[in-house]
Design a protein around this ligand. Sequence first.
Ligand code: PMP
Length: 357
Amino acid sequence: MSRYWSSVVHGLTPYVPGEQPKLEHLVKLNTNENPYGPSPRALEAIQAATGSTLRLYPDPNSDALKAALATYHKVRTDQVFVGNGSDEVLAHVFLALLNQDQPLWFPDITYSFYPVYCGLYGIQSKLVPLREDFSIRAEDYLPRFNDQAGGIIFPNPNAPTGCLLPLAGIERIVAGNPDVVVVIDEAYVDFGGDTAIALVDRYPNLLVVQTFSKGRSLAGLRVGFAVGHPALVEALERVKNSFNSYPLDRLAIVGAVASVQDEAYFQENCQKVVATRQTLVEEMGQLGFEVLPSAANFIFARHPSYHAMELSMALREKAIIVRHFRKPRIDQYLRITVGTDEQCRILLDALAEILGG
Ligand code: PMP
């Protein structure tokens, strides 16, 4: 606290990201990073760009990246917005599109940055409870005669549950809310979902947000993007150009372009994570865990006889870090990132020891 702070700062409750410990030799399964490196072609492109051109500002519009993404997703470049990680894209989305008179609707259990953006911009929200099985029910997001959303946002697959709403459910929500913007945050879609980008040409109220941090292993480069109707993209450009002209640096632009162009590496990388997830889910089940169906690069699991908090502390003593949320409905769950086969083996052996001991 300081008397020099603005009243806005006094009222903020910032987002707390999963920790990034400085210690080496940890089995780090707490922030849903990809256990494999980025495309070697992306690394080469970044290396090649670390010359004297860094004295120059980057392209403020990141045109090369927009073009690569437009080609990849079969849309036009004026339907693509890019930003410094999808968190920054989301920040602009909240200000440009979700800051409305009616409250913003999102699930009671979801990405915990959403309430933080609401606090930052003074946006009212309505929490829509997930079903008992933690799935999203499309009907819960349809307007009623006296209850209308100002906007709708959720991740698909949802976080931290990993549960996927099939595309038909997404379309039901988007088609049923023609007067409000529906944002689908597809941070984890590369590991099992169908992207709603296929729907953007038919629905001018749909915005899809994706990231290079998970499927493309580039969390450290900070690149995210959104795809939607040009009018939605223009709103985002207006906010971005009132905030920071150059959010993507030269290395981020060339690295992201090369990553998009290396489809074989991307597919192989995602498939490895999905295969490991399957084994992890099966073996967690054998240890007595209940694991929610995951379409993401993490699993959400509880053990009927052990407190999640205690399990996470016991794992930490063995240098294994997973994520535990002290929140209603989910404080008995652990969110565990799918690591390499070896990391998952270490985790499973440690859990077997903790449960047996
Ligand atoms: N959306 C969701 C649901 C996430 O879990 C994350 C990662 N914390 C993000 C967006 C942001 O990812 P990034 O800023 O790395 O693109």
